[in-house]
Design a protein around this ligand. Structure first.
Ligand code: NAI
Ligand code: HPV
Length: 531
C-alpha cells in the first residue's frame, strides 16, 4: 500500500504534485493544522505530516499519530514541533534548512531600511494625502554598527548583505569560530559587548530554552540609546512589554518585528507604537522560498517513505539513498544482534559497546548504532525504533560507545555488540554474507555460524555427550521440526552453546522439558524493520 501523507499547512501545490508523481497518497488540507481537534482525529491514518508554522505538533497530536513515521517542516524553525515527544514516539523530524534562508535574510534587511526611514508611516501618510516631508527624518545605515545575534545560515547572509551596505558588523554567536568570523568579515563579540555598541540589532537564533527572552528587560536596558531592533527570527526572543516601554520612552528609536510571542498576533503591545514596523510572519513568504521548501519537503519525505533515505533530520542521522541500499542488511543485522543480546540480558544495562570491523567500519556508523541500540532497547520497550532508541537509552543512563577497526579476521567485516551490566558483560557478533543474509558468528566469545531464523531457541550447557540426541528427540517427539542447528563451544568439556532455528514457536512446556539438558531460552521473533 502506498504511504499516506497529510499536508496540514499552506504549502505550495508543487509539494502535492511531487508526492503524487512519486506514488505517495497525499491529502492536501491546508487549514487543518489550525484545528487541533480535527487534526488529532485524522492524524492516525498518516505515515507522514508536512507542515509550516501554523500546525503545532504537540504530545497530544503525537499520541494519536499511530502510524506516523515522519514530520517534515517546510521551513527552518521547528519550535512548533515537540521534538522530544516525536523522538520518543519514534517519529523522524525533518526541516529544510536552506530553502528560505535568503528570503528571510532579505526580509530582515528590508525591515532595517523600513525602520531607518520610517517607510510604512511615510507611505500611509502620503496615501492619506498629507505631504509630511519634514516629519519623517531617517538615519543612514552606512557606517553604522549592526549587532547580529545568531550568525548561522540566515544571520550569515544578513552579515554579508550588511557589509555590502558598508556597515560595521559585530556578531554574538557562541558557536561561531574566530576563523569563520574573520572569513565573514565580522567581529565576534560577547552579548554584553554587542548590546551597548550596536545601532541596529537583528536576531537570527532559533527559539530554544537558551535563547528564549535573550533580549530580556535587563539586556534591553543595556542597549545604546537610539538603537533599532529587528526580529525576523521568533517571537519569545524579545521581552515585548519591556521593548514597548523603551520605545515609548524614546530609548529605542524603532523596531521591525515579523514574529511575535503569540501568533497569529491580532493584539500585541508593540502594535500602533511610533516607528514600529510589523509584518505577519512573512520572513519566508516569497514565491522562490515557498517553491524551494515545498519541493524539498516533498522530495525528502518521499525519499524517506519509499527508500529509507534520511535527509535533514533533527533526531536521526542522515542516510543517503545509496547508503540505505548498501546498509540495509547491516542495519537489519545490527538490529537483530541488539534484539538477541537484549533478550539474553535480564539485568539493567549500564553500557553498550559496539565494535565495527572491516568493511562495515566505513559505513554510516551513526545509523548502525541507532539500529543496534534499538534492538537492545526492545527488551525495555517493544515499540522502540532507531529514532527513539537513543532517547530511551539516555533516559536510562545507558552509556553508548563505538570503536572501529580494520579487517581483523576471516570476515570482510563484522559488528560486535557488548552489553555491560553490574554483574557481567555479554557479547554477540554477526556479519552479512555476500548473499545479503545476516549471520551470527559469535556469542559470548564462542564462535558459531548461525543463520538467523524467525523462531529460535538458544541454549547454553556443559559440553557433555548425549545432549544433542536428547534435544532432537524431545523436540521431534513434540512435533517441533528443526530447520537448522548450530553448535559452538569454547573448549572440549567446557561451555557449549547451540542455536536452533525451528519452524514454529516451541510450546513453553517443551522448553521447560528441555531445561533438563541445559539452560534454554526461546528467542522472541527477531523482527527488525529499521525506523
Ligand atoms: N520569520 C521567518 O519567517 C523565519 C524565521 N526563521 C527563524 O530563524 C532562525 C534561524 O535560522 P537559521 O539561520 O537558518 O538557523 P541556523 O541554525 O543556521 O543558525 C542559528 C544560529 O544561532 C546560533 N545560536 C544558537 N544558540 C544561540 C545562543 N544561545 N546565542 C547566540 N547564538 C545562538 C547558532 O550557533 C547558529 O549559528 C530559525 O530557527 C527560525 O526560528 C527562519 C526562517 C524564516
Ligand atoms: O522557516 C521558518 O522557520 C519560518 O518561520 C517560516 O515560517 P512559515 O513557513 O512561513 O510559517
Amino acid at each position: 500500500m502506498a504511504p499516506k501523507v497529510l499536508v496540514s499547512d499552506k504549502l505550495s501545490e508543487t509539494a502535492v504534485q511531487i508526492f503524487r508523481d512519486r506514488g505517495i497518497d497525499v491529502d492536501f488540507m491546508p487549514d487543518v493544522g489550525k484545528d487541533k481537534v480535527k487534526l488529532r482525529e485524522i492524524i492516525g491514518q498518516y505515515d507522514g505530516l508536512a507542515i509550516r508554522s501554523a500546525t503545532k505538533v504537540t504530545p497530544k497530536i503525537l499520541e494519536a499519530a499511530d502510524n506516523l513515521k515522519v514530520i517534515a517542516r517546510a521551513g527552518i524553525g521547528t519550535d512548533n514541533i515537540d521534538k522530544e515527544a516525536a523522538s520518543k514516539k519514534g517519529v523522524i523530524v525533518m526541516n529544510t534548512p536552506f530553502g528560505n534562508m535568503i528570503t528571510t535574510a532579505e526580509h530582515a534587511i528590508a525591515m532595517m531600511f523600513a525602520v531607518a526611514r520610517q517607510l510604512p508611516e511615510a507611505s500611509a501618510s502620503t496615501h492619506a494625502g498629507k505631504w509630511e516631508k519634514s516629519k519623517f527624518m531617517g538615519v543612514e545605515v552606512t557606517g553604522k554598527t549592526l549587532g547580529v545575534i545568531g550568525a548561522g545560515n540566515i544571520g550569515g547572509i544578513v552579515c554579508d548583505r550588511a557589509r555590502a551596505l558598508k556597515m560595521k558588523v559585530i556578531a554574538y554567536d557562541p558557536f561561531l569560530s574566530e576563523e569563520k568570523a574573520d572569513k565573514m568579515g565580522v567581529e565576534k563579540v560577547e552579548l554584553d559587548d554587542l548590546l551597548p555598541r550596536a545601532d541596529f540589532i537583528t536576531l537570527h537564533v532559533p527559539l530554544t530554552d537558551q535563547t528564549r527572552n535573550i533580549l530580556s528587560r535587563e539586556n534591553l536596558a543595556k542597549t545604546k540609546k537610539g538603537v533599532r531592533i529587528i526580529n525576523c527570527a521568533r517571537g519569545g526572543l524579545v521581552d515585548e512589554e519591556a521593548l514597548a516601554e523603551l520605545l515609548k520612552s524614546g530609548h529605542v528609536a524603532g523596531a521591525g518585528f515579523d514574529v511575535f510571542s503569540e501568533e497569529p498576533a491580532t493584539d500585541n503591545v508593540l502594535f500602533n507604537l511610533p516607528n514600529v514596523v510589523c509584518t505577519p510572519h512573512l520572513g519566508a513568504a516569497t514565491t522562490e522560498a515557498q517553491e524551494n521548501v515545498a519541493l524539498q519537503v516533498a522530495e525528502q519525505m518521499s525519499d524517506y517513505l519509499l527508500t529509507g533515505a534520511v535527509t535533514n533530520a533533527l533526531n536521526m542521522p542522515s542516510v543517503t539513498a545509496e547508503e540505505a541500499k548498501v546498509m540495509s542488511p547491516w542495519i537489519k543485522l545490527a538490529g537483530h544482534l541488539g534484539d538477541f543480546i537484549g533478550q539474553m540480558t535480564d539485568e539493567p544495562i549500564k553500557a553498550i559497546n559496539i565494535l565495527y570491523d572491516g568493511l562495515v567500519s566505513d559505513m554510516n556508523l551513526n545509523a548502525l548504532t541507532c539500529a543496534a541500540v534499538a534492538g537492545i532497547m526492545k527488551s525495555v520497550n517493544p515499540e522502540v525504533n532507531m529514532v527513539s532508541a537513543p532517547v530511551i537509552a539516555k533516559e536510562r543512563g545507558v552509556q553508548i560507545s563505538t570503536t572501529k577497526q580494520d579487517k581483523s579476521g576471516a570476515f570482510e567485516g563484522y559488528i560486535k555488540l557488548t552489553v555491560v551490566t553490574d554483574k557481567r558483560e555479554r557479547s554477540i557478533g554477526g556479519t552479512v554474507f555476500s548473499d545479503g543474509k545476516p549471520r551470527f558468528i559469535q556469542i559470548k566469545g564462542i564462535n558459531i555460524d548461525a543463520e538467523i531464523g524467525q523462531h529460535m531457541l538458544y541454549t547454553t550447557n556443559d559440553d557433555v555427550p548425549g545432549i544433542i540426541g536428547t534435544l532432537g528427540q524431545t523436540l521431534g517427539g513434540n512435533g517441533v521440526n528443526i530447520a537448522n542447528f548450530t553448535l559452538g563451544r569454547n573448549a572440549a568439556g567446557g561451555e557449549a552453546i547451540a542455536l536452533l532455528y525451528v519452524d514454529a514457536r516451541v510450546p513453553d512446556e517443551v522448553v521447560e522439558k528441555l531445561d533438563d539438558t541445559g539452560k534454554f531460552q526461546q528467542i522472541r521473533p527477531l523482527e527488525f524493520s529499521g525506523v
